[in-house]
Design a protein around this ligand. Structure first.
Ligand code: AMP
Length: 191
């Protein structure tokens, strides 16, 4: 199995790159942001709570996110070739829980971190906001999300670096360029 934790700040290209990896390697794509947005769309009480958190650019509590991942892993098809974790883990607490859950399922994962400069990211998100309809793609919330990323999510990189499971690729240019670095990395790892 090939399991990839796709890291990087909001706007670093995780969604786009996930699709390219998914098509090339036949992996499943789990975007926690997409799952949360689907819950909001359902109009449930939980969805309303999540909406209030996401639209301010804050993180959904760890316990809710870890339950979501546990449930996902418990229901994984036996013939699954692997999973791309897009948007999870976003805290060290979530990273520790994921490591435990993967071990319990006899699975392993590497983190591939997409690095893009802040000015590039802000431009991408502002442009995406013109068509995405996402409540969090506006300048004020983007700045808050980048702040949350630096303080709460960046330490996740160090966590996987210490486990020797961390790789960084340059995501400043375009998706093709980012993806070719990932292909080279996976070839080097014999995946
Ligand atoms: P994304 O689509 O990955 O940019 O996620 C959109 C928003 O969903 C984030 O800004 C958070 O509010 C929330 N979210 C997604 N994944 C997580 C997570 N692993 N932990 C906490 N909140 C999350």
């Amino acid at each position: 199995m090939l399991n990839i934790i796709l890291g990087g700040a909001p706007g670093s290209g995780k969604g786009t790159i996930s699709e390219l990896i998914m098509n090339q390697y036949g992996l499943q794509h789990l975007s926690t942001g997409d799952v949360l947005r689907a819950e909001i769309k359902s109009g449930s009480v939980l969805g309303q709570e999540i909406d209030a958190i996401i639209s301010k650019g804050n993180l959904v509590p760890d316990s809710k996110m870890i339950d979501l991942i546990e449930n996902y892993l418990n229901n994984l098809a036996p013939d699954c070739k692997g999973v791309i974790f897009d948007g999870f883990p976003r805290t060290v607490e979530q990273a520790k829980a994921l490591t435990e859950l993967l071990t319990a399922h006899n699975m392993d994962a590497v983190m591939i971190d997409l690095y893009a400069e802040e000015s590039v990211i802000i431009n991408r998100l502002i442009n995406r906001g013109k068509t995405s309809g996402r409540a969090d793609d506006n300048l004020e919330t983007i700045k808050k999300r980048l702040d949350v990323y630096q303080t709460q999510t960046k330490p996740v990189c160090e966590y996987f670096l210490n486990l020797r499971k961390y790789f960084m690729v340059n995501s400043n240019i375009n998706p093709t360029c980012t993806f070719s670095q990932i292909e080279a990395l996976l070839t080097m790892m014999n995946k």
